[in-house]
Design a protein around this ligand. Structure first.
Ligand SMILES: CC(C)(COP(=O)(O)OP(=O)(O)OC[C@H]1O[C@@H](n2cnc3c(N)ncnc32)[C@H](O)[C@@H]1OP(=O)(O)O)[C@@H](O)C(=O)NCCC(=O)NCCS
Length: 328
């Protein structure tokens, strides 16, 4: 490929300049995509400290020293059936619009696949916008050996959120909270080992722009609420994202989810994700006026025979790691 230089993120010398550059193609490329969080140098800087993100595996392409394509790779143990498999998570795959269809993203992905395999990963996972028929990114990933493992529906509830319920009280981001989320979600496929470093990164070391609060209702529902600006239809807009949502089965959605909605920003749309296979969660979200707006495909690729075997295991509920979809 004439004129292009490929490197890992680890080989980049001026990191802060590189973080600003990452925001620029990101803005350009994701501007029309529904729902990536508005990136700044600060938020990208935070994101690159994600536990397991390995700059030696993250890839970039430059044209005349301008960053034109990039992707992030994170290695972390992820549940698949009874096992915790070492997984290579790929996200924020982007190519500058003027340099597309020249094989840049696929070259970076091939380099990342080789790196993840050498680092001992058994599987790789990424999320792609899912359309029918499949769109460009889904096609590209399929061509590289990824296949759809689960579909995740993105729901949005538009304001005004008229609820008479009292807001769910915030709980401190301490070990008690961590144990509660782990007990409720850690047997789901896709769960990422919530060790000290991941807990700190997700809950305590937030970028100023995207604070998170944790909530628990009297009925035992749990949720993380993040407020910030989402890049929707080309410009930043205020939004609230619910993640790690745990709704006990035995209570009505008004009682389980109502206090969580009441704890979110009153005048911003609320986003929540539900695996398509989780019919109960999807139904409960719909009952409280959440509308499906998009679907993401969780795509996996085995990297070893162990990975092939693990991906054949009977499916469990799916855990949506929200940072892998929208970067918060
Ligand atoms: C998706 C994206 C990363 C592809 O980058 P790229 O450098 O142009 O990709 P490549 O040139 O390596 O394309 C590889 C293959 O993907 C498919 N593809 C990529 N863009 C396509 C398009 N616009 N239409 C149809 N197929 C496309 C093709 O099969 C292509 O192979 P081909 O050119 O030999 O037909 C780029 O379009 C982009 O940045 N989009 C916006 C951000 C985004 O959606 N990222 C993905 C997040 S999951």
């Amino acid at each position: 490929m004439n004129g292009y230089r490929f490197s890992t993120h680890a080989e980049v010398e001026d990191v802060s300049h590189f973080h600003s550059a990452l925001c620029q193609p990101n803005l350009l490329t994701f501007g029309e995509y529904y729902g990536v969080f508005f990136p700044t140098s600060d938020s990208i800087g935070w994101y690159t400290t994600r536990p397991g993100m390995d700059p030696q595996l993250c890839q970039a392409a430059f044209f005349e020293e301008m960053l034109v394509s990039s992707l992030f790779v994170t290695l972390a143990p992820m549940r698949l059936g009874a096992e915790m498999a070492l997984c290579g998570f790929i996200d924020t795959v982007m190519t500058h619009p003027s340099h597309r269809r020249r094989g840049l993203a696929s070259t970076l992905l091939q380099r990342a696949l080789a790196g993840m395999k050498s680092a001992g990963a058994d599987v790789s996972l990424l999320y792609a916008a899912h359309e029918d028929p499949p769109g460009p990114s889904e096609n590209m990933y399929q061509g590289l050996g990824y296949s759809i493992h689960e579909l995740v529906v993105r729901f949005v509830k538009h304001p005004p959120h008229m609820l008479e319920t009292a807001p769910a009280a915030p709980i401190p981001p301490d070990d008690i909270a961590r144990t509660a989320f782990t007990a409720a979600l850690s047997q789901h496929d896709g769960w990422i080992d919530l060790d000290d470093s991941l807990w700190r990164w997700r809950r305590l070391q937030r970028p100023l722009q995207y604070p998170i609060t944790l909530h628990k209702t009297s009925g035992g529902a749990l949720c993380a609420i993040c407020s910030g600006e989402l890049l929707a239809a080309g410009r930043p807009r205020p939004v609230t994202v619910l993640s790690d949502l745990v709704l006990p089965q035995h209570i009505r959605e008004e009682d389980a989810l109502g206090p969580i909605i009441a704890a979110a920003l009153a005048d911003a749309p609320i986003t929540a994700f539900s695996p398509r296979s989780n019919l109960s969660l999807s139904r409960r979200l719909r009952r409280l006026a959440f509308e499906p707006v998009a679907t993401e495909a969780a795509m996996v690729r085995p990297l070893t025979q162990t990975g092939v075997d693990l991906l054949r295991a009977p499916r469990r509920d799916w855990y949506v790691a929200v940072e892998s979809i929208i970067g918060v």
